[in-house]
Design a protein around this ligand. Structure first.
Ligand code: ZN
Length: 460
């Protein structure tokens, strides 16, 4: 008869009252063990206490007993960084990154679209991180971001689970059709006509009548929407508020940015971060495309506006934007929030290419087949004819595909299709090769943080 293999996670061992709680892996399955049966965990009695499954109810108990396993408000720190663990397997690697770098992570960060494409729930996304945090004994804190939320229902869903950040996507309330009959409200006119706003270092903003009319027409509905959401749900909650006006076709000008912030403050809205739409292209999973000198000029003014009002600039689609990170760091004086998501998925797929060439080849061909369909949901300029023919590549060259923009974008935008088709095989592989994935994340997310000027924590 074969014995049961139990591997205890040494770093999870935690004391509460006179009891000990820890996690262990028993024949491939993680469980929580508690020496005290009355702490609230639901499970089976053992000789030593209780053995409980890692489900949502028990995760709630864990978060109540050990607050470091629950999300907290990390945007309050100067440097915060979002790493969406789309798959539920990246958190161990992410934690290693933030044990080394002096920035605070948002480990839970998903949009509703990501939930739909991965067939996950917020409960699942949050619980995965809670258990990983407990298992690894990570106590520095992490945020949970309901990312790009657009409806009251979704906001209530995220807040109900204790999410500590809500990113409000205002894009559907940003008006793009010109209304010739639009009249600027009288009170707005009074706030801006003939006024000069000195934001910093002699940088002065002022609005002429035509500019004011344009801006008021485009943004007033979005501002009203954000104010309504804030007063209904965010005020009095334990969540930071991020205003996202980045999902638009045109760049946010400094005047537009100032106006939105000023009007929100006028309406008593407190927010921690704002994501304008910067110049150039922030395509998923690849470096910045555009005029870097222009970006440097614009981020400088955006950062000044943010400081003037006392919030942080948030840079979305931050995956792999290596060429502009030093400018973000400089302009914001090291006070920023940056979000990444796709790159964490791409690193997971790089591991697949390195460890199972046959599987990767199949997935790659499947992605090519699904590319046109996937492209409907993303703005990318990928020229897939630039991707080398995979049949001509040697196995050992497959991971290098992830150094090339076109193949990165191919695998990035088809992730929902890939997961639907290869889920079981992929998760088995990531389970076996989790150490490689942790190393890949440490290197790759580490590179983001290095270029953003995030210092290392001195190792004791
Ligand atoms: Zn965004």
């Amino acid at each position: 008869m074969k014995g049961v293999i139990i591997i205890k996670y040494e770093k999870s061992v935690a004391a509460i009252g006179g009891a000990t709680v820890y996690m262990a892996n028993e024949d491939g399955q993680d469980y929580i063990y508690s020496t005290d049966k009355t702490l609230g965990f639901k499970g089976v009695s053992t000789e030593y206490g209780i053995k409980a499954e890692c489900n949502h109810e028990n995760a709630n108990v864990l978060r109540r007993l050990f607050p470091y396993t629950a999300p907290s408000r990390v945007l309050q720190h100067d440097k915060s960084f979002g790493v969406g663990d789309r798959l539920g397997v990246a958190a161990v690697g992410h934690i290693k990154v933030f044990e080394r770098y002096d920035a605070y992570p948002v480990l839970v960060q998903q949009s509703i679209r990501e939930l739909n494409l991965t067939h996950r729930t917020y409960e699942d996304v949050l619980d995965c991180v809670t258990y990983t945090v407990f298992k690894t004994g990570y106590k520095k804190g992490f945020g949970a971001d309901g990312d790009h939320l657009k409806t009251e229902q979704d906001i209530q869903y995220a807040l109900g689970l204790g999410f500590t950040m809500i990113t409000l996507d205002c894009s559907e309330h940003i008006i793009t059709d010109i209304d010739a009959d639009f009249a600027v409200p009288q009170a707005t006119l009074q706030r801006y006509a003939d006024k000069f706003f000195e934001i910093e270092d002699g940088e002065v903003l002022s609005f002429d009548k035509e500019q004011l009319k344009q801006i008021s027409m485009i943004y007033d509905d979005a501002i009203a929407f954000a104010a309504d959401i804030y007063h209904k749900y965010i005020k009095g909650s334990n969540a930071d508020f991020e205003i996202s006006i980045d999902e638009t076709a045109t760049t946010t000008t400094p005047l537009q940015h100032f106006y939105v912030a000023n009007e929100l403050k006028q309406k008593g809205v407190n927010f921690a971060t704002m994501a304008p739409r910067f110049c150039g292209e922030f395509q998923k999973g690849i470096d910045y495309i555009g005029d870097i000198a222009q970006f440097e000029k614009e981020i400088d003014i955006h950062a000044k506006i943010a400081r003037y009002f006392g919030y942080k600039i948030s840079v979305h689609s931050g995956s792999d934007k290596f060429s502009i990170f030093p400018m973000v760091a400089k302009a914001t004086k090291g006070v920023f929030h940056v979000k990444t998501a796709g790159t964490n998925w791409l690193e997971a797929m790089r591991v697949v290419a390195a460890k199972d060439a046959e599987l990767y080849r199949q997935i790659h061909k499947y992605a090519l087949k699904m590319f046109t369909e996937a492209k409907k949901y993303y703005h990318v300029t990928t020229d897939i004819t630039k991707i080398p023919d995979i049949d001509s590549l040697k196995d050992e060259d497959l991971p290098k595909l992830f150094d090339q923009n076109e193949s990165r974008q191919l695998i990035h935008i088809t992730y929902g299709f890939i997961l639907d088709e290869y889920r079981g095989q992929l998760y088995t592989l990531w389970g076996t090769h989790h150490v490689e994935y942790e190393k890949a994340l440490l290197t790759h997310i580490g590179k983001h943080l290095d270029l953003l000027g995030v210092p290392l924590i001195s190792l004791k």
